[in-house]
Design a protein. Sequence first.
Length: 339
Amino acid sequence: MKTITIGLDIAKNVFHAVFVTSHGKVTKKKQMKRAAVLKFFANTEPAIVVMEACGSSNYWAREIQKLGHEVKLIAPQYVVAYRRKNKNDYNDAEAIAECSQRDDMSFVPIKDIEQQDAQMLLRIRERLVKQRTKLSNQIRGMLLEYGLCINKGTAALRRALPEFLEDADNSLTWTARSLFSELYEEYLLLSDKIEKVDKKIKAFTKENELCQLAQTVTGIGPITALALYAAIGNGKHFANGRHFAALCGLVPRQHSTGGKSVLYGISKKGNIVLRALLVHGARSVLNVVDKKEDKLSVWAANLKMKKSYNVACVALANKLARVVWSVIANNRPYELKMV
């Protein structure tokens, strides 16, 4: 019996499905409105349904799975090479189906509801932090026009700006004081929103077992633990820790030919957020390794002496990525091993 693969090109309102056999032959094409998608798959015999990992794909994957189909998500950049004709919705759906039939193809794990909640928390926090940073930079830049300078950092701005507003002898006019006062209120409001989101993140991680396991690893805090849970869940879809490190872009970039292996710096591919958080965590660990005597700290301290600080940070981030994957995938807390 031939296995049918359905390539589904999802959109906001109009969806396109292409039925492809295991030999690559297109047997059917179907265009449908959003409201008819689930009804269509409910009346279709169980098949392999493949979609690009994009907006709303996790929702459709979960709903179509409930109807008895096997659903796979595939990274959009892998699909492009298999679209042989002009770009349109049917050709995209056919390329998705053909791409998924390759034996060595890797797929994106489907997120459950809790993972999407975690991801939404992180994205809201990221937006608020960016807005606060932009606002603080604007305040600093405009204060310089009045001959007033504030050092970097939230604490410096919170301390200096109220002093400038209260100082009647500086060059600020009444209009400027009023505007800077409003900007400062906006800044405090953003800071308050960030604090509320941080509390929600901590509450989420306290109730989630995988987040608690991740935080047993040195250098992993609530935000990193939540980002790990949102990205990889239980981590079972990775064969080993190196595959997870590759997802974070923490493995060497390769450019080999003629039987000669050439390795460069890290690839910087994959999940940018996870890579940044792991590197920041590695920096915090690297600052205190000289005071500890466990095997990881000793290894990091020796690396710190041999390599530059940034290289040591990235190398430690790679190791932390492998360790935290092992902890999550094996459902076992991390234990420091003393020298």
